[in-house]
Structure formats: C-alpha cells, structure tokens
Write a protein that binds this ligand. Structure first.
Ligand SMILES: CC(C)[C@H](NC(=O)[C@H](C)N)C(=O)O
Length: 677
C-alpha cells in the first residue's frame, strides 16, 4: 500500500488514514480497542478466583491452580496468534476472528455464572454444578485463545501504521498503548468487584458474578466493533510467512552451512549473507538464553490475582467512608504503575545516571527481581499477623456459657475466618461455609421458657423453641437490628458484625419484652472479625509494582533493542512465553511443596526468586550489549560491496542451490552420525 503524505510535517504515513498532528487517525481505533480489550481481560480476571471459590465452591488450592493454568494459557497462545497472523491470515483478520472467539468466551463465562439456570429448587444455589464448571472452563479456554492470540498482533499492527520516518510518533504510540493497558486494567479492577458484590437473580438473589463477567463481555464486543469501524483506514501488511518456522529453518540452514563450510564453494556474497544470518540467530539465542531464569519473576508477580486476593478475604477492608473488596486491592498495581513509570523515567533513572552509576537494563531487571522477593517477604509478614489473630480466637473462646446455667456449649473452631469452618457443639456438628466476604454468620440460643421469634427488617429467621438454639443464618456485615418476639410482645437488639465474624447470641431467661432487650442478650464471638487491615497489603503491592516497572518495562525495551530487525516479533513471543512458564511454576511449586502454612509458602517463593536472581546476575555479567542495527548495517555494507562485483554475485537460483546443498549436506551429516552410533 502506498505511503501517504503528512500535510503537517511533510513526513510519510502509511495506509489510507487521515493524519492528525502527525499521527495516523487509524491508531485511535487501535488504542481504544486495546483499552476495551484490557478492561475485558483484567475485569474478568479480577473476580475469577473468587468466582471459583464462592460460586463453584472450590477450595483455595484448586482455585489458585486453575487461575494460574488459565493465565499461563493466555501467554502460551501468543505464539499461536503470531503464527496464524504471519503465515496465514495477516494481523487484521487474525485480530477480527480471534476477537470473536474471545467475546464468545466472555459471554460463556457470564452465562456460566447465572445460578438460576440450574437452580430448579430455587434455593439460591445451583443444582448442577457440572453445567457451570464445564461452561466456565469452555469460556476460559476461548478467552485464553482470544486474548493471547491477538496480544502479539495488536501492538505490532499499531506499529505497522507508521511510516519509516515516524520513529518518534511510533515511540509515543507505544507509551500511550502501555498507558491504555493499565488504564483499562485499573478501571475494570475497580468496577467488576463492585458489580460482583451486587445481588441479582430471577428466583433468588445471589452475588452477581454474571454481571461481573457480562460487562467485560460487552466491552470485548465494543473493542471488536471499534476495531472494525477503523477498518477502511488501516495499513494491512500482507502475511510474510511463518516467522517461527523461518527461525527454525534459519537455524537448520546455518547449522548445515557451518558443518559444510569447507564442503561447498560459496561466493563472497553468499558468505556475508550466511554470516549475517548466523549473527542474527546468535543475537536471538543469546537473549533467549538470558530469558531462562525470568519466569520465576512472573511466578511471584501473578500471585497478586490468586494468593494475595485470597489473603485479602481474611482481612478488614473498612477504609472509613470506603469499604474495599478483596479483589479490588489489585487496583493498587495499575495505580502505582501509572504513577511509578513517569517517576522512574523522569526522576529516579536520571538521578542514578547523575550519580555516575551505569544502571544498565540487566541491572534494572535484577533489582526488579529483588523487589518482587521483598514483596513476598512483606506478604509473609502480613500472613503471620493474620494467623496470630486467628490463633488468639482458638485460645480465647473454647467454652461458652449461656450465663444462666441451663445450657453449656463447647465450641471447637478449626480453620480461619472466611474459610470453611467446622463448629462442634456438644455432639452436633454444623458445617459452615462462607459464601461471600460480606456475609457473616449468627445464631440465637433461647434461654426463655417461651418460644422466641427472631427477625430483621429484611428476613425472618423463624421460631426458636424454649431452651433450644437456631441454626446459623447469614447476614451482611455492619450494623444489624434484630426483633425478638413472643406472641404480641417484642423488643429490639442491635449489634455490629465485623468482616468474617460469626456470633452466638444468648437470650437470657430474665428478658422482659416491651422494654429495651439490649442488656438481656449476650453476644459471644464464635469467630472473631478480621482484625488485620487490608492497608497492610499496600507495602507488598508497592514492592511488586516497583519490581514490575524495573523488570517488565525494562525487559520489554531490552527484548526489542537487542533483537535483530527481522526477529523482533520472535523475541516478543519469547518474552510472553516466560510469563506462561512462570504461571506453570506456581502450580508445580505449590503442588510439590504442599506447605501447610501460607506464610512459609510466601517465604519459599521469595527465596527461590533470590536464588534465581543470583544466577541471572551472573549470566547478565557475561552478556555483552549489542546494537543490532549497527551490526546489520556493517554486514549489509559488505554484502552490497560484494554485490557490486558481478562475478561473485549469485543469481537467486544459485542462492537456492547453496541452501539446498547445505540441507542435503546436513542430511548426509545426520546419516553419517547415525551410522557411527
Ligand atoms: C503483562 C503486561 C506486563 C501488561 N500488564 C500490565 O501492564 C499490568 C496491568 N501492570 C499487559 O499487557 O497486560
């Protein structure tokens, strides 16, 4: 497609797009698409682990495992997307088709979270969990295929819209692109947990996971529509063959050349072509070798969405005027990204440079890894605080007396607040499973000689026989006022429920209806409210995000700058692949280690990252930075010089013949070595 004159600066742009302030208008559609897509992805991801735990009723370990399998899959599929785009459909069509797959996946997730579909007895819980599990797994698979598949295409497609002389504009585009990623992530991580906390349903009201998944689904449809609207303006590069296959071929051919270097006559021109190819492959392999320890960073980084969110469910989210949901704590990451990236770029790095220190990209990445390890030490310290507060409960209230001498309870409480809790009373065992962070449990023990009815403005908890007790019921945390009624007489009792708490209320035999019954009810904490405040997670978020800025942002730049011109996409796919491996490591370590104490698991992950960091710094020490453009320019100069020499200049057929002969030679070599074995 022809380049187009930019009327403002006289530089060339690509495609049929109008040029506004030096930028092709088409990129507007691409950045809006990215914003909506990242909103969709991070919004769905924010509530995912709680959906597993509270809707599908999975335990913490299974929820964490499936969450990380999903994230890993999202970063494996970019390789697939790159292959499809480069060798078959081209970026534009790949983005369109895979976005449709993505949107279908999001809709499947939203439908899987409608409890009414299988709630035939209308008790508010799904009757066929298999249906919900299968549909949500299909949905997650399609989402992983879609989001990962389009990931390497969208940014590259945006870059394609700029002409050769628009380097500055292209750089600005990538910065805006990164801000859109984090803007979309920030907004969605605030909004979807709020939607999840709403109650919805046809027959019975339950937490609205369907809405929390439905809005990201709608945003994905918007992303697709916006992208299609820009269709007429894009520059659409033709697919140029399978880059991954090309790399494998390149390696094969250059190996063949190396083996057969003395076997065939190769012209000077061919020698330089071959040397350039080998040099480019060496550049890529050197960087890929450096990538080997990197997945460990992502292993820790991506636990924000799983272990850290589950940790937040055992904490107090009351920030005064604001009550923070456990999954909303993840917003601290994009908020800090949006503030830390400019601070680092314009203040910290220039300051370090002024001090005369050479803070190279690989040094930055090493420091980023150490910061992530510190974040996990902070998480371990917070976990110890939480565990101590839970232990206090075990020791403080094993025996409960009614106060009136007619009934004795022995409560043995196992487990943590907000996790499955077993309460043993006399011989009877009541299994209590918390279904939501905002719900708390209570029951009443009636010490009166008459039956007492207990109700609130919203619900009636039924009649309690004399000298008997009710089952546990759920109520929202915060202030609650109960009406105690016997016949036509009643009185009111008010109390406050903290996050994650559970209470037994003893109604004294001396209670007089018609008067204030506040003093005639004794409240005993079965499970103490979460006392460790969620704000204590902020230091761990700070360190992991500072680590991300130093590691991830630098790593992206490093991968781009050290890659040869024809293999930049390969290294981007390799970089995303480290994220996938990192998520698999969470599964392996958590499964193999099976550490009963959560704080110890955090310390294990921190120690592993420090060990890996030491290995990485040794590897980094031996790495020599290169300027691929300069190296390629030197090779090209040599090639051009020899190209001018007609005698040594080979025709296309000759080059092909050399390649064929080299591969033939490689085959011969294979045969020979096999015979030797
Ligand atoms: C995975 C990437 C580093 C990037 N994520 C972020 O920027 C997060 C939100 N801080 C992405 O492309 O999603």
């Amino acid at each position: 497609m022809a380049d187009k004159e930019d009327p403002k600066n006289g530089k060339m742009g690509k495609g049929k797009s109008k040029v506004v302030c030096g930028y092709p208008l088409s990129i507007f559609f691409i950045v809006v698409n990215e914003f909506c897509e990242r909103f969709s992805y991070y919004g769905m991801r924010a509530v995912l682990v709680l959906y597993f735990k509270y809707f599908l009723r999975w335990d913490d370990d299974l929820a964490t495992s499936i969450y990380h399998t999903f994230v890993a899959l999202c970063y494996l599929t970019p390789i697939l997307g790159a292959i499809v785009a480069d060798s078959w459909l081209g970026k534009f069509k790949t983005i369109i088709y895979l976005s449709i797959v993505y949107a279908v996946g999001q809709v499947a997730m939203a439908v899987s979270a409608i409890h009414d579909i299988t709630d035939s007895d209308r008790d508010g819980t799904p009757d066929s969990m298999t249906f919900h599990i299968v549909l949500s797994m299909v949905g997650l698979f399609l989402i992983a295929l879609g989001t990962g598949g389009i990931k390497p295409c969208v940014a590259a497609f945006g870059g394609d819209q700029f002409g050769e002389h628009q380097d500055r504009q292209r750089r600005t585009f990538f910065s805006v692109f990164y801000l859109c990623i984090n803007g979309g992530s920030l907004l969605s991580t605030i909004i979807t947990p709020v939607l999840r906390a709403q109650e919805c349903g046809i027959y019975s009201k339950q937490k609205c996971y369907s809405l929390a998944f439905g809005v990201p689904a709608a945003l994905m449809v918007v992303a697709l529509v916006v992208f299609i609207i820009g269709s007429g303006m894009y520059y659409k590069a033709e697919p140029q063959g399978n880059i991954m296959l090309d790399v494998c071929k390149c390696i094969g051919v250059s190996l063949a050349y190396t083996i057969c270097i003395n076997t065939f006559y190769i012209t000077a021109y061919q020698q330089w072509l071959k040397k350039l190819l080998i040099a480019q492959i060496k550049m890529v392999l050197k960087v890929l070798f450096l990538y080997i320890p990197l997945p460990m960073f992502w292993t820790l980084f991506d636990q924000k969405g799983s272990r850290w969110t589950l940790q937040a469910t055992t904490m107090d989210g009351n920030f005064g005027a604001l009550v923070i949901q456990p999954d909303q704590m993840q917003t601290v990451n994009p908020i800090l990204i949006l503030t830390l990236v400019p601070i680092m770029d314009s203040l910290i790095y220039p300051l370090i440079k002024k001090c005369g220190l050479n803070f190279t990209p690989l040094k930055r990445m090493t420091v980023g890894m150490l910061l992530a390890a510190i974040a996990f030490v902070c998480a371990a310290l917070v976990q110890i605080q939480i565990d101590v507060s839970t232990k206090q409960l075990l020791h403080s209230s094993p025996y409960i007396l009614s106060g009136q001498g007619f009934i004795y309870f022995k409560l043995t409480i196992k487990g943590k607040a907000n996790s499955d809790t077993e309460i043993v009373e006399n011989q009877a065992i009541t299994f209590v499973g918390f279904t939501d962070y905002f719900l708390v449990y209570f029951r009443f023990v009636n010490g009166m000689k008459t039956a007492v009815n207990v109700s609130t403005a919203a619900a009636d908890f039924g009649l309690i026989e004399p000298f008997y007790y009710s089952n546990y019921s759920q109520i929202k945390n915060g202030k609650a006022t109960f009406t105690l009624r016997s016949g036509s007489q009643s009185c009111e009792y008010s109390t406050n429920f903290g996050f994650g708490s559970s209470y037994t209320f003893f109604i004294h035999s001396t209670l007089v209806f018609g008067s204030n019954c506040q003093d005639s009810v004794t409240a005993v904490e079965d499970i103490k409210p979460n006392s460790v405040h969620m704000a204590l997670q902020i230091p761990q978020y700070f360190f992991i995000t500072a680590g991300e800025v130093m590691f991830s942002v630098t790593g992206l730049e490093f991968s781009y700058s050290q890659a040869p011109s024809n293999m930049k996409a390969v290294l981007q796919a390799g970089w995303l692949f480290t994220v996938a491996i990192g998520n698999f490591i969470v599964l392996i370590v958590a499964e193999l280690a099976k550490i009963p104490k959560q704080w110890a698991e955090y310390v294990l992950f921190a120690s592993l990252l420090v060990a890996v960091c030491v290995i990485f710094s040794i590897m980094a020490y031996f790495y020599t930075y290169i300027d691929p453009t300069e190296i390629e320019a030197q090779f090209k100069k040599k090639i051009n010089e020899d190209d001018e020499d007609d005698k040594s200049k080979p025709g296309k057929a000759e080059v092909e013949m050399v390649k064929r002969d080299s591969i033939k030679c490689h085959d011969e070599y294979d045969k020979a070595t096999q015979t030797k074995m």
